[in-house]
Design a protein around this ligand. Structure first.
Ligand SMILES: Nc1ncnc2c1ncn2[C@@H]1O[C@H](COP(=O)(O)OP(=O)(O)OP(=O)(O)O)[C@@H](O)[C@H]1O
Length: 315
């Protein structure tokens, strides 16, 4: 499949036909996508959709059943200075609790031939400088997330991969992550953040990948995705709504009465609805177009494919 991105410059992630089966379960199912430098890509999917497995495959922590995941044209295992190529935050809980934050980062730096001076830089970058001397076991989940991010940024990598980075962060931390990821992209890095929260990713990402049951459901600029899936819903109030509903249905609209007794029509624009009302002599007191929310777009895309907790009729 042809990549939607220009292939000039920078390190990119190229995933081709990537598949991972665990026993008879297919966690990742024929994924093909590529990531653009200088942009934040949101990797969206419900719990169990296969996001973490995909990231682990990219990072060489799992072997694909078939297909490839390349970092700068190579498998991650063949990359010479991994921490300078890719910085990843996967499992913030995985840090040795008896070490101090500073020591943890120093060990990482030493084993990757990264100068010690970078440790203070990244501690500052994530706001952990004042607690750098504390043992990690005393850290809250949010502080561990920050430490994980500090570790990911240690090698000033070209690619940054954060798995559910806002988990455990307070509202200030969430805003901080948003700003940080935007800044990293502005520096020209390739940024991938996974989330099961559409709203969160859509606020940050330039581009969105959506997966469900391991399959790619969407790969599009965030704005385009919204436009494509935003089905206009129009709220209508006035006299003789029963007649109006019947006429709109004849024209193919999906019409329901909402909780407040107003009509909710999908499939016709507000000006089309206005003309129908005029023709029938119906006086309208309200005619409000409403774009679908980001959450609705996400639900639309994933409802056929959620991993569990699915509604009746799910395969
Ligand atoms: N090592 C493993 N052995 C068996 N099954 C696994 C393994 N790792 C993942 N799976 C299964 O693969 C599917 C995808 O899991 P994955 O963790 O990649 O999803 P996810 O989208 O990251 O979800 P979450 O947000 O809940 O982590 C799940 O059904 C999961 O149970």
């Amino acid at each position: 499949m042809e990549s939607p991105y220009p292939t000039t410059g920078g390190t990119m992630i190229e995933v081709q036909g990537l598949t991972k089966r665990f026993g008879d379960q297919t966690a990742v199912d024929g994924l093909t996508f590529s990531l653009r430098p200088g942009a934040v890509t949101g990797f969206l999917g419900a719990n169990g959709a296969g996001k973490t497995t995909t990231l682990r495959l990219i990072l060489g922590l799992e072997r694909p059943t078939s297909g490839t995941a390349l970092v700068g044209g190579r498998r991650f295992a063949e990359v010479e200075s991994p921490m300078r190529e890719v910085g990843a935050l996967l499992d913030a809980g995985a840090v040795h609790g008896s070490r101090t934050a500073r020591d943890h980062l120093r060990c990482l730096a030493a084993s990757n031939r990264i100068p010690d001076s970078r440790v203070e830089e990244v501690l500052g970058l994530v706001g952990l400088e004042p607690v750098g001397g504390q043992r990690v076991r005393t850290f809250s989940l949010g502080m561990r997330q920050r430490l994980g991010i500090a570790g990911a940024l240690l090698g000033d990598p070209k690619v940054v991969i954060f798995d559910e980075p806002v988990n455990g962060l307070d509202p200030q931390g969430v805003v901080w992550i948003r700003t940080l990821t935007r800044e990293l992209a502005q520096e020209g890095k390739t940024v991938l953040i996974s989330s099961h929260l559409m709203g969160e990713v859509a606020r940050t990402a330039d581009h969105i990948l959506v997966i469900g049951r391991g399959k790619l459901l969407a790969d599009a600029p965030a704005e385009e995705l919204m436009r494509e899936f935003s089905r206009y819903r129009v709220l209508v109030d006035g006299d003789n709504l029963g007649l109006l509903a019947a006429r709109l249905r004849e024209l193919g609209a999906d019409v329901e009465f909402g909780l407040l007794g107003k009509l909710e029509a999908v499939g016709l624009t507000s000006s089309e609805i206005f003309k129908v009302a005029m023709a029938e002599g119906i006086v309208l007191s309200e005619l409000t177009p409403q774009e679908s929310s980001l959450e609705e777009v996400f639900m639309d895309l994933t409802k056929e494919s959620v991993g569990f907790g699915a509604a009746k009729g799910d395969r």
